[in-house]
Design a binder for this molecule. Structure first.
Ligand SMILES: O=C(O)[C@H](O)[C@@H](O)[C@H](O)[C@H](O)COP(=O)(O)O
Length: 237
């Protein structure tokens, strides 16, 4: 385990062990929230990396009916599309007892994320925040959530004093328009995790943290260097 001011890295020799450890950790956050406040709020990223973690979390014995689950970001596609993050979360996490969780999607069915922004923002505003746990991922271009390099609303999304909790995002590296929670919204959490795999992402994270070379411009650096919430990185090869 490696620690600096705000980032702790937990490295695992295999990705199943990583998924199990993070599922236990996040279940602990949710259990504590349920015991103390009667409800819990979780935000997870999409993509492929969180699948094993979400499937594992799904099997945890929790009062799922009082757990709110949302996404840190969404591709602007309906749930019938294989690229839908909501579809992935439904198939991996919201199964068995966990199907009782209150899922809050970001996609609204409007033609564009800008058209759906008001509805999506109202959904997030209605959550009993702070989040109990936020689980981010990272792309090999240094994006996290939908904070893409060159994104049209990147500066506003990363602004720690920004007022908009949800933003639309179009970027050259994103296949479709996106909707994303802002950085200050994601940091309004009791626990923050960054789930990554592969040596390339490990090296990229190290460079981003230190601000080396091209990685000094990677959006994930804003998460690693912010002063508000400690970041626990869960890494497997
Ligand atoms: O919708 C998305 O694309 C995500 O939420 C995104 O931020 C994701 O975490 C990274 O792109 C990593 O994706 P992989 O896990 O598929 O590499």
């Amino acid at each position: 385990m490696h620690t600096d001011l705000n980032v702790t890295t937990h490295s695992f020799s295999d990705c199943q062990a990583q998924a199990v450890a993070l599922a236990e950790r996040v279940a602990g956050c949710l259990r504590q929230a349920l015991a103390e406040r009667g409800s819990a709020v979780l935000a997870v990223s999409g993509g492929s990396t969180p699948k094993a973690f979400l499937a594992r979390l799904s099997g945890e014995a929790l009062d799922w009916a009082n757990v709110h689950v949302t996404l840190v970001d969404e591709r602007w596609v309906p749930e019938s599309d294989p690229r839908s993050n909501a579809r992935m979360v439904r198939s991996q996490l919201l199964q068995g007892a966990a199907a009782a969780a209150r899922f809050v999607p970001l996609y609204t069915g409007d033609p564009t994320p800008d058209a759906g922004l008001g509805t999506a923002t109202a959904r997030i505003d209605a959550l009993p925040l702070p989040f109990d746990a936020v689980v981010l991922g990272m792309g090999e271009d240094g994006h996290t959530a939908s904070f893409f390099p060159g994104g049209d609303h990147l500066a506003a999304a990363l602004d720690l004093d920004g007022r908009a909790p949800v933003l639309s995002m179009r970027a050259p590296g994103a296949d479709e328009p996106r909707i994303t929670l802002s950085l200050p919204t994601l940091l309004h959490t009791r626990a923050l995790y960054l789930l990554v795999s592969g040596e390339k992402k490990r090296d990229l994270l190290a460079d981003a943290r230190l601000g080396l070379g091209a990685a000094q411009h990677y959006p994930v650096r804003a998460v690693l260097t912010q002063p508000r919430v400690p970041v626990a990185v869960y890494w497997c090869p």
